[in-house]
Design a protein around this ligand. Structure first.
Ligand code: BES
Ligand code: MN
Ligand code: ZN
Length: 483
């Protein structure tokens, strides 16, 4: 999707945003009878009203006031999805937005919703030409948005698309090695550095968690290190992002059933997709932050040499782990990455992972289960970013009792706790490998959708990217003010 500001009068179809029908007064584009029509439709409850101007369409969107910014913004985003559907139904290629309302973010948010809804993954479709949406460009009149907002809109839209593409790619394309190549491509495009450890190097490092998960696979693992360190970085200690890169999760020998379970496990690298997409945007927006991102990648398979329930493995940190379920693989490779993160003396580490079915059961597709040891003001910034972007957070407690469940008779720890509270015992497992301020985001419920809903397409959602970017933007501004 192309986003731009137009200087001349718009000649294509237009979308006018108003906050209230009273604002129709200020719009000279509409004939008096058209205004009457809009008023009537509005009174009947319509919030998106179409006027056919023969060669073009005029859409009038009336902002639905939901009483608070979070919900009103989300209503605008969802209206964007409605606009996207109608625009494509009428085969429009361009749409010019003018904001007549008092809400000065409305044009941005509406366009964001249009852009997010206009995403398609057609790589494997023979008739892609026919299926491709007509809508290609969103324009704005000059007073509806500013240049920075346009740049941000474009970059975040691209970041989300990258992230969704990665999730949508099946294992038949996206092996751990291919994921490394995609990361390298995106790094080049955006301007961050990428280093990938191959299997030999991973063995030399002794990343026992990642290697154990990989043992049943025909494909080698990769450990990917992205770094963005701009000259004017305002944080002395980097922020480290960690993303679960399980390119396919069969469960290993603790095999998953197919239906509504293994069949969607190409998405088990969604955590990595969140951090890769975010790195793309951070570098493109040139945020003044030093950020590192780590992605341990492998598929989890029951091959001949697969690790078995009962095995004891030695992690990268030296901790020994009794593996009682090979389907609790994410925590094993994440633990190695969390241990690796210590070398950066990070100010904060955030990991993103489709870690537990328990998180999905707890909140469904409506939010992220998070937990961690970061300071309260960090948590508050994350929460406000999540609310603003409608990628909301629910914080779970890291109580000791959940950690006690991980005691093993023969090793330092075991890799599973009780079924009850399963998202938290997984978090407690990860916590063991941290010694810095840390947040864990379990995105199992939100990363993959089975049907298009509003601006969320079927398949990969990239849920978490906009929350994380909002947070990082807040950090770059906050620290600038302090400096
Ligand atoms: N990748 C799964 C978690 C998952 C489940 C993601 C559903 C998305 C949707 C993870 O590796 C897993 O299998 N977790 C197990 C852990 C259990 C064996 C302790 C789970 O949640 O069942
Ligand atoms: Mn698993
Ligand atoms: Zn998994």
């Amino acid at each position: 999707m192309n986003f731009s500001i137009i200087q001349k009068k718009p000649k294509d179809s237009q979308l006018l945003i108003i906050g209230d029908v009273k604002e129709l007064r200020n719009i000279d584009l509409l004939e008096p009878n058209e205004k009457t029509y809009v008023k009537k439709a509005a009174e009947a409850g319509d919030t998106l009203i179409t006027i056919n101007k023969l060669k073009k369409y005029l859409f009038i969107y009336i902002i639905e006031d939901k009483g608070n910014n979070t919900d009103t913004s989300e209503a605008i985003r969802k209206a964007g999805a409605r606009v996207q559907a109608v625009a494509n139904q009428y085969k429009l290629e361009d749409l010019c937005i003018t904001n007549y309302s008092a809400n000065n973010k409305a044009a941005y948010i509406l366009a964001e919703g249009i852009g997010l809804a206009n995403y398609q993954f057609l790589k494997y479709k023979g008739d892609a030409d026919k299926l491709t949406y007509s809508l290609k460009a969103i324009q704005f009149t000059a007073d509806s948005i500013d240049r920075n907002q346009i740049a941000q809109l474009r970059i975040i839209n691209e970041a989300v698309s990258h992230s969704r593409n990665l999730v949508n790619e099946p294992l038949s394309y996206l092996t751990a090695v291919q994921l490394a190549e995609e990361i390298a491509k995106i790094g080049k495009q955006a301007g961050f550095s990428v280093k990938t450890l191959n299997k030999k190097q991973i063995e030399k490092e002794g990343m026992g968690g990642l290697l154990a998960v990989n043992r049943g696979s025909m494909q080698p693992p990769t450990f990917n290190i992205m770094e963005y360190k701009p000259k004017g970085a305002i944080n002395e200690q980097p922020i480290v992002l960690v993303g679960k890169g399980v390119v396919y999760d069969t469960g290993g020998l603790s095999l998953k059933p197919t239906a509504a379970s293994m069949d969607r496990m190409k998405s088990d690298m969604s955590g990595s997709a969140v951090v890769i997409g975010s790195m793309y945007a951070v570098a493109k927006m040139k945020l003044p932050l030093h950020i590192v991102a780590l992605v341990p990648a492998s598929d989890n398979r029951p091959g001949q040499d697969a690790y078995v329930p009962g095995d004891v493995i030695t992690m990268y940190s030296g901790t020994t782990v009794e593996v009682l379920n090979t389907d609790a693989e994410g925590r094993l490779l994440l633990a190695d990455a969390l241990h690796y993160a210590k070398r950066y003396n990070p100010e904060l580490v955030c990991d993103f992972a489709t870690l537990t079915g328990a998180a999905a059961i707890a909140v469904g597709p409506y939010g992220i289960v998070c937990m961690g040891t970061a300071e309260d003001d960090t948590k508050q910034q994350l929460r406000s970013g999540g609310d603003r972007q409608y990628e909301r957070l629910v914080e779970y407690p890291l109580w000791d009792e959940y950690g006690a469940q991980l005691k093993s008779d023969i090793a330092d720890m075991k890799n599973i706790g009780a079924r009850e509270g399963g998202a938290i015992s997984a978090g407690k497992f990860l916590q063991h490998f941290t010694d810095y301020p840390w947040m864990h985001f379990d995105i199992a419920g939100v990363s993959f959708s089975t049907a298009k809903k509003d601006y969320i397409p079927s398949g990969g959602t990239a849920y978490g990217v906009r929350m994380l970017l909002d947070f990082l933007q807040q950090r770059s501004q906050q620290n600038t003010q302090e400096a």
